[in-house]
Design a protein around this ligand. Structure first.
Ligand SMILES: Nc1ncnc2c1ncn2[C@@H]1O[C@H](COP(=O)(O)OP(=O)(O)OP(=O)(O)O)[C@@H](O)[C@H]1O
Ligand SMILES: [Mg+2]
Length: 237
């Protein structure tokens, strides 16, 4: 069962044990062991093609590792049924790298999609939605179509969609891709605010300046994919 219990505070939000991932015989990484404690903030970095997006997919059960295991709140994703994966994903909000939207729906309808898809019964949904749209600074664009948004507005809409179900974990895959520095800082601030609310955050980024900026404000650790392994990057960042 995926039910969270009071005595589960010590269970890591996400854990990889000796995880390996290959696509068609090509090994991206192996022997990866990482622990994301509840409430921690981690960056995931590494060159393009290193496997950041793939590793995030392992973390929300979209992919299973070719070896080893991945646990979310102590539950092995390899042993979860489709229903259990679906239930677990309500608690893991994902900002996808390509942040796609349904073009014929408004921005706020897109943000609400996870509620519709999960069939979650949400009280005070309208109030929560308007608060969330205000938080990401998109109140005035709520009724617009996604195609009318700038890159930074799209990223913030994607973040709102990722957190509409109040997940305990946020996985953000290059949430500041294609936006300027000022907008990157705004998005970083939103992630830091979520972390201060106690949420576990994993953010994939190429942007070392963003990581340096974050480290002045939050105790973030940096995981770096290098070759086929992962390392904890040190103070040189
Ligand atoms: N479904 C797939 N089938 C086969 N190969 C894949 C698949 N998805 C990704 N790859 C390959 O795995 C490697 C890692 O991809 P991934 O998207 O995880 O990298 P990334 O670190 O997120 O890169 P970027 O920084 O460009 O987003 C790439 O070489 C990619 O081509
Ligand atoms: Mg990627």
């Amino acid at each position: 069962m995926m039910q969270k219990q009071c005595d589960m505070n010590d269970v890591p939000a996400i854990e990889l044990h000796n995880a390996a991932m290959s696509y068609g015989g090509r090994t991206l990484f192996r022997d990866v062991g990482i622990t994301l404690a509840q409430g921690s903030f981690h960056f995931l970095t590494g060159p393009s093609g290193a496997g950041k997006t793939t590793l995030m997919k392992l973390c929300y059960g979209a992919l299973r590792p070719t070896e080893g295991r991945v646990s979310v709140f102590g539950e092995d994703t390899g042993h979860m049924s489709r229903d259990e994966i679906a239930r677990m994903r309500r608690n893991v909000g994902v900002v996808h790298q390509d942040c796609q939207f349904v073009d014929h729906l408004s921005v706020s309808e897109n943000v609400l999609l996870p509620v519709k898809v999960s069939g979650a019964v949400a009280e005070d949904l309208d109030a929560n939605l308007s608060e969330l749209m205000g938080w990401v600074g998109l109140t005035n664009l709520a009724d617009h179509r996604p195609a009318e948004l700038s890159g930074g507005e799209r990223q913030r809409a994607a973040l709102a969609r990722a957190v509409i179900l109040s997940p305990d974990v946020i996985l953000a895959d290059e949430p500041t891709g294609n936006v300027d520095w000022e907008m990157s800082l705004k998005i970083l601030n939103l992630l830091i605010e979520l972390n201060r609310l106690g949420k576990t955050v994993l953010c994939a980024t190429h942007d070392m300046s963003l990581i340096r900026q974050a480290k002045t404000r939050v105790s973030a650790r940096v995981l770096r994919l290098r070759g086929t392994s992962i390392e904890l990057a040190g103070a040189e960042l």
